[in-house]
Design a protein around this ligand. Structure first.
Ligand code: SAM
Length: 269
């Protein structure tokens, strides 16, 4: 594997226990409440009872298991073995292990790691594409995983936000993909509460909205919709404010910028 992805893998392995114990993810509360997918995902994907869904970069499986609760047969894939072990344990605790399996692999190796299986839905949730150096190769992976007529659901951080420093005040990084020029970070903190990380170096890449869409249509997928949202689900910048429904938005008095986006696409029959 690419040395930069190896470094990211070490960092993600280090984050898993901290995240699983964090108030941010609130695993105990989630087990008690047993939520299904959020409304915007159900509006986009409808009823997936009896359908197959693969979740790329599933972390420790909370988003994946919400679709299992809604009746889908789900497969989560992540390159962090710590995340996959935690996801399997969580599936047991959530009573979803019959409908959920988890596989440890690099996204770029997913079709091989999943033995060529094709899925009704490829599902990707927040915090995924910034960890991948090449969005065109990712598009090929998505196309290879979709059954004929299968659908892609991608909700991720907006690449415009990735141009800014952590304070959200200055543009410091390219909006466009630069595979050989990652944004390098040395930080002991993660996006959740909890103790400091011991593995601190990470590499991230940006991909413009145009490059993401081109990566999909270039592999034969049909674009159904592209929506830029003025909300996200975590404190991307210190000045974002939380709405009563738990979304993070730009406060009044600041120019509105896109904070996340959703792409829906499908594979031709
Ligand atoms: C921000 S987390 C995803 C969070 C998820 N949406 C959630 O809310 O739980 C990003 C995940 O991508 C995984 N990841 C990063 N690069 C990867 C790669 N090349 N292949 C597979 N997984 C990768 C990390 O291990 C991590 O679990």
């Amino acid at each position: 594997m690419d040395a930069r992805l190896e470094a990211n893998l070490e960092n993600w392995n280090d984050r898993v226990r901290i995240h699983a114990e964090s108030r941010f993810y609130n695993v105990e509360g989630w087990l008690l409440k047993a939520p299904g997918p959020p409304t915007w995902e159900i509006e986009a994907l409808g009823d997936l009872e009896g359908k197959t869904l693969v979740h790329l970069q599933c972390h420790f499986g909370m988003d994946t298991l919400q679709w299992a609760r809604a009746g889908a047969t789900v497969t989560g894939l992540d390159f962090s073995l710590a995340a996959i072990d935690e996801a399997k344990a969580l599936a047991e605790r959530a009573g979803q292990s019959e409908r959920a399996s988890f596989v440890c692999a690099n996204v770029y190796d997913a079709p091989r790691a999943l033995s060529g299986e094709r899925f009704d839905v490829v599902y990707i949730s927040l915090g995924a594409l910034c960890w991948l150096p090449d969005v065109s190769k990712w598009g090929a992976v998505v196309a290879d995983l979709l059954a004929p007529g299968g659908r892609l659901y991608l909700h991720d951080g907006h690449p415009f936000t990735s141009c800014f420093d952590d304070d959200g005040e200055q543009v410091i990084y390219s909006y466009f993909e630069e595979p050989d020029n990652p944004s390098v970070s040395d930080s002991a903190s993660t996006y959740t509460d909890g103790e400091e990380l011991s593995v601190t170096i990470t590499y991230e890449w940006n991909h413009s909205i145009g490059e993401i869409v081109a990566a999909l249509i270039g592999r034969g997928l049909v674009l159904d919709s592209l929506t830029e949202h003025d909300w996200t689900l975590f404190q991307r910048f210190p000045w974002l404010v939380e709405t009563t429904s738990g979304l993070l938005v730009v406060p009044e008095g600041r120019p509105r910028i896109p904070l996340s986006f959703t792409v829906l696409a499908h594979s031709p029959d």
